[in-house]
Ligand binder design. Structure first.
Ligand code: IMP
Ligand code: MG
Length: 192
């Protein structure tokens, strides 16, 4: 809190990379593609990867006119920094078994590929009927491990982004667009 009240998140934004309307249009397109690909599949389960996937999952789920169920998983994240430690861990597991079910993983971003490779292996070992991945964003330049991603919203350059679920030090998730922060924001975190 400052004398003038709380900070405004948008004051920390350097520029918007993907605006709200463009994100929303793409989510509708992905939903249509998923509906057509899963037209013959009765039992569809969307698995949201927390926390980053929450806003995408919410919009994607609403855009789907067909029946589907939801489940949630939480995976270890970057913490306060912008670089992955490389180690991946399940912090919260799915509520129910996925054996013989048709599972679509909903993730915010694929960067090195480590998180999704780990998740994919771990879910495949549970014997789902099928397993596909839908990621809103992809940074192809950063890939260390090739993971088959069936649905990608946007390919983006190698820049750290926030908003629409993605955080920096647990903030900025609620911005309705994808943005790049001002360099000064990254300096502050190390001053504390
Ligand atoms: P990977 O394991 O390197 O593919 O990283 C995937 C995870 O890192 C994502 O689920 C995000 O939580 C996080 N991440 C990667 N890039 C960014 C970014 O630009 N902004 C915020 N989080 C990111
Ligand atoms: Mg994530």
């Amino acid at each position: 809190m400052t004398e003038k009240g709380l900070r405004k998140l948008e004051d920390d934004v350097d520029h918007i990379m993907i605006d709200e309307k463009t994100v929303q249009t793409r989510v509708q397109e992905l939903a249509q593609q998923i509906e057509s690909d899963y037209a013959e599949v009765e039992d569809l389960l969307l698995v949201c990867v927390l926390k980053g996937g929450y806003m995408f999952l919410s919009d994607l789920s609403r855009a789907l006119k067909r029946p589907h169920e939801l489940d949630f998983m939480a995976i270890s994240s970057y913490g306060a920094g912008t670089q992955s430690s490389g180690a991946v861990q399940i912090i919260m597991d799915l509520k129910a078994p996925i054996e013989d079910r048709h599972v679509l993983i909903v993730e915010d971003i694929i960067d090195s590929g480590r998180t999704l490779q780990y998740l994919r292996r771990s879910l495949l070992a549970r014997g789902p009927g099928s397993l596909r991945i839908c990621s809103l964003l992809s940074k192809p330049a950063r890939r260390e491990i090739e993971v088959p991603v069936d649905y990608i919203g946007f390919e983006i350059p190698d820049e750290f982004v926030v908003g629409y679920g993605l955080d920096f030090a647990e903030e900025y998730r609620n911005l309705p667009y994808i943005a790049v922060l001002k360099p000064a924001v990254f300096e502050h975190i190390f001053d504390q």
